[in-house]
Design a protein around this ligand. Structure first.
Ligand code: ATP
Length: 928
């Protein structure tokens, strides 16, 4: 093991020799503890900065960016206490006259040789303008934080900010440190990344903990190993004059643990101080309580340049090769100053030309560099040493076969014609998406997304298949000619007709054909603008003009039937109803929901099933749904049309409603293409709770891993539309306080007076959970009712006829079903005397066990088993369902195995099989 000091020396040396950090004023012999950042240092610093902004711009709370001046009015520093208090105790070493910060005196110096400590102000003082006097004194800012406080009111007003929110500021700060040193760890000029987070005093502890966790994770996410980070809480004597509580995130530097970032609860010290001193009202007006107050502040204050040093120290590695030691920085792809090095094998012009064209292709997406000088081996070493994750090598074969070699920094393995890339479909930081050049396939080992080039375009652009072909054709200059299949042109016609009918309803509303509907909408707090925005229409009571409209537009009874607009008896479904348009993801109207204005018929009716409106797959949402969902990264599900609109009005367009039906697996499946988080906000009553609990039952019956949460509305509101109509309450708070779905369901069943009942109901809940979820659920219940996990497991086992609880009941239940499907299929195969068609043969071959079973039956036709199957009776529909379910079940298992195999062997030829299976699953899912 190397001595830490040696690592320090080596990292400093590479940082200087490779162009990360230079001594300032070096041609004049340098200036102590002042540094310039070289090209790679700037790139690295920019990347850290970008990752900081990115991490705080994607939170459930808003953090506004700001960039404040280095030189502020001196009043700022007087009010903040810096003029009076920003001091460090300084001591002199009597024999040499050297000065030290009292807590940083080197060990070899004797105490008796030191003077008594005296306070030294760390601010750099200068003058503004040509005249030097008391009034022209200004200071270089010693922290970025005060720039935020003095702009609190500006941000609040201009951004209409609502508490809790934060303001983030990155920039240079200056401190006349008494003992700067340890390279860029402590310098007199450095960069800080600070957030001031404003919240209600009652929530300051919660946010303090939140920020510690958030910031610690950020450092881990940079790639700093967990064991090199720790949290240290300040004791009372260490606390700054403004702080109620402070914890540092510390890094283990070669000389020991030291601060990376401080997280402080500053209470309302700073805002009060500036308010008092400036005379400006810096209080926050809370519209919910009609109250004005000074918010509390949590401050995560990190050092950008100090983080850069920690990154260099922790990602430096040495590896012994056969003949040499290679040194490298293991930067993550996102962090690396250069992400892809492009290396021609020789300096020959033809090769350089290819390199130039690769650079111009990759340049817009990645940080690249063409490296020409020295032998290829030395160039690989240099790229390793500056931490470049991938090198693309261009050799003479490239001129012939257009193939390049991709070299991976960490494994040093080289591969042609296939490569790894950062997956654009999930927020990852290391490359885990593989792609092949020849057949244009891709597969991500992280999020499991994969397919061919069209699938890629579909996902990236969020378009359907046809549009993906159009995009590809346009890029490569092909002209497309269209020959619609009958099915496609029928669909287009239906959608065209639906849009006409929708416009007709909109016009009815616009022309004021029903003042009652407008009044009703007004009573739900929706005005003319809303009616227009949400494209709400009206279907008349008297059918006369509706029928005339149909006639004029050549819409026959059959057309209306195909559109799902007729009742079973053949009557038009919508009369005297407010009409909500149900659209597909392209915002084309495919169905309607109608709210009755009289007592005739049910309160709500929907379009019947049609080929453009599949009930179990459709959801009601508004036109901004998809774009907002992509921004916010979660979906809110509510019960009805008015609830969707209420959320829209409250600033959330990422909301949908299964409108009238219980949430289906297919609807979850559809949403899973765009999100991994679903928040349920069904009605605040028993029926709503039952619908919520039902989601638990079905959530694991589909392939994606989705986290479900429950939004809890205040008790006095029946649903979100009531809350919206009341004009009160803080929706962000409700969203921030979302409850995990499993925990919600457990809380509902806890009955401390009847633990037996609680256990029984818990067993029922847990039967829908995966083994891991079940384990967590038991842990949660144990905490809630104060019975240890072990006792609980025993108790639950006892109650379940000694069936071990850790076994996955869900999957065993599923297997029971699968056995039934298998039985039906085997019965059918026997009926056909084993002469089965290709598709069934493929199905049987998907699973070795199933195949062996069938082979054995074929070989022993006369045994009892055989007879058992002959006695099974089933319908055609049951047979079809069995085939579909078995395809899905076996393909899923096979896909898992293929992925494992690909992970181990890196054999990307298996991608094609994988894609075939996925298509099969999709096909059979659609038949169910
Ligand atoms: P220290 O105790 O190391 O002097 P501090 O507690 O005074 O630091 P803060 O005022 O909390 O530091 O500043 C926030 C962050 O700014 C620190 O965690 C550190 O990362 C960075 N920082 C502070 N002073 C310096 C400096 N002189 N050089 C480089 N970075 C610094």
């Amino acid at each position: 093991m190397e001595m830490p000091e040696e690592i320090f020396d080596k990292v400093v040396k590479i940082a200087q020799s490779r162009g990360f950090v230079f001594n300032a004023s070096s041609i004049y012999g340098g200036l102590r503890s002042s540094y310039d950042y070289g090209p790679l240092g700037v790139l690295l610093k920019n990347n850290i900065e970008k990752m900081w902004w990115k991490s705080i711009s994607n939170l459930e709370v808003e953090i506004y960016p700001i960039d404040t001046a280095i030189i502020q009015s001196s009043d700022v520093w007087k009010a903040s206490g810096h003029v009076g208090e920003f001091t460090d105790p300084m001591v002199d070493h009597k024999p040499t006259g050297e000065r030290f910060r009292a807590d940083q005196v080197p060990d070899h110096i004797k105490k008796e040789d030191l003077t008594e400590p005296r306070q030294f102000n760390l601010m750099f003082q200068t003058n503004i303008g040509p005249v030097e006097n008391e009034n022209s004194t200004v200071y270089l800012r010693p922290e970025t934080a005060q720039g935020i406080f003095v702009n609190f009111e500006n941000v609040l007003r201009t951004m209409r900010a609502k508490i809790p929110f934060g303001i983030g500021n990155i920039g240079k700060s200056f401190r006349n440190e008494i003992t700067p040193g340890q390279f860029i760890f402590r310098t007199r000029e450095f960069e800080q990344m600070e957030i001031e987070f404003f919240c209600d005093e009652s929530e300051e502890d919660k946010w303090f903990d939140y920020w510690i966790e958030n910031r610690l994770n950020w450092y881990k996410n940079l790639g700093i190993p967990e064991n090199k980070l720790r949290i240290r809480e300040h004791d009372e004597s260490e606390l700054a004059h403004y702080a109620k509580k402070t914890s540092d995130i510390e890094f283990e530097y070669p000389w020991g643990w030291g601060e990376l970032e401080g997280i402080a609860n500053r209470g309302n010290y700073d805002l009060n101080a500036h308010q008092e001193s400036s005379g400006k009202d810096l209080r926050y007006f809370d519209p919910n309580s009609d109250n004005k107050f000074t918010p509390s502040v949590i401050e995560p204050a990190g050092g950008l340049t100090r983080t850069l040093f920690a990154v260099l120290l922790s990602l430096y590695e040495e590896e012994e090769l056969e003949k040499e030691v290679r040194t490298l920085f293991k930067f993550k792809f996102e962090l690396a100053p250069i992400q892809i090095g492009i290396l021609p094998l020789s300096k020959k012009e033809e090769l350089i030309e290819v390199c130039n064209s690769i650079k111009s292709e990759l340049g817009p997406y990645f940080r690249t560099e063409i490296d020409v000088t020295q032998s290829i081996g030395k160039r690989y070493r240099r790229q390793d040493e500056i931490g470049t994750p991938y090198c693309v090598t261009v050799d003479f074969d490239t001129l012939e076969d257009k193939a390049v070699t991709v070299r991976d920094r960490d494994s040093m393995s080289q591969e042609g014609n296939k490569g790894m890339a950062l997956c654009p479909f999930h927020g990852e930081k290391t490359a885990s998406m593989s792609f092949t050049d020849e057949d244009n396939l891709f597969h991500c080992f992280g999020c499991k997304e994969g397919g061919d080039i069209y699938k890629y375009i579909q996902l990236i652009n969020n378009v359907e298949f046809q549009e993906s072909v159009e995009i590809a054709a346009e890029k490569y200059g092909f002209n497309l000619t269209y020959t619609d299949s009958k099915f496609e042109s029928d669909q287009k016609n239906l959608i065209g007709s639906m849009s006409k009918i929708h416009n007709f309803f909109i016009n009815n509303m616009k022309e004021g054909k029903s003042s009652e509907s407008i009044d009703y909408l007004k009573s739900r707090d929706l005005d003319g603008t809303d009616i227009k925005e949400f494209r709400i229409g009206y279907a008349e009571k008297d059918e006369k003009s509706t029928n005339e409209f149909f006639k004029k537009n050549n819409l026959t009874k059959t057309d209306l039937k195909n559109l799902g607009l007729l009742s079973e008896r053949g009557n038009f479904l919508f009369k005297n109803r407010i009409i909500f348009p149900i659209t597909n993801l392209r915002n084309e109207t495919v169905g309607f929901g109608g709210r009755a204005l009289d007592d005739f018929g049910p309160k709500y009716i929907n379009t019947a099933e049609s080929s453009i409106y599949r009930k179990n797959r459709s959801l009601y949402f508004t036109s901004e749904f998809l774009s907002d969902l992509k921004k916010k990264k979660f979906v809110i599900l509510v019960e009805g049309y008015f609830d969707v609109i209420a959320f829209n009005k409250l600033g959330f367009n990422n909301v949908a409603s299964p409108s009238g039906t219980a949430l289906t697996v297919q609807q979850i499946n559809l949403l899973s293409r765009y999100t991994k988080e679903i928040y349920l906000c069904f009605d605040n009553d028993e029926a709503g709770d039952t619908a919520t609990k039902r989601v638990l039952e079905i959530k694991n019956n589909q392939p994606s891993e989705i986290n479900f949460f429950k939004l809890n509305l205040p008790k006095e509101f029946k649903d979100i539309s009531e809350l919206y109509e009341s004009g009160t309450s803080d929706i962000n708070k409700i969203i921030n306080e979302k409850e995990d779905l499993v925990e919600f369901c457990i809380n509902k069943i806890i009955d401390t007076d009847n633990t037996k009942k609680t256990f029984q109901e818990f067993k029922q809940i847990s039967s829908f959970l995966s083994p891991l979820e079940k384990d967590l659920a038991i842990g949660y219940l144990s905490k809630k009712i104060g019975i240890t996990k072990e006792v609980l497991i025993n108790e639950l086992n006892y109650q379940s006829d000694n069936e071990p609880l850790s076994q996955n009941e869900n999957s065993s239940r599923q297997i029971k079903h699968i056995e039934t499907f298998q039985d039906i299929l085997i019965a059918e195969i026997i009926k056909q005397d084993f002469n089965i068609e290709e598709e069934l043969d493929f199905l049987i071959n998907l699973n070795l066990e199933f195949k062996t079973l069938i082979d054995e039956l074929k070989a022993n036709k006369n045994n009892n088993e055989f007879e058992k199957y002959q006695n099974i009776s089933y319908s055609d529909t049951q047979l079809k369902e069995s085939v579909a379910r078995l395809y899905i079940y076996y393909s899923d298992i096979k896909i898992e195995n293929l992925i494992k195999k690909m992970d181990e062997s890196n054999d990307l030829t298996l991608l094609e099989d994988l894609e075939d299976l996925k298509k099969k699953i999709e096909f059979y899912q659609n038949t169910l």
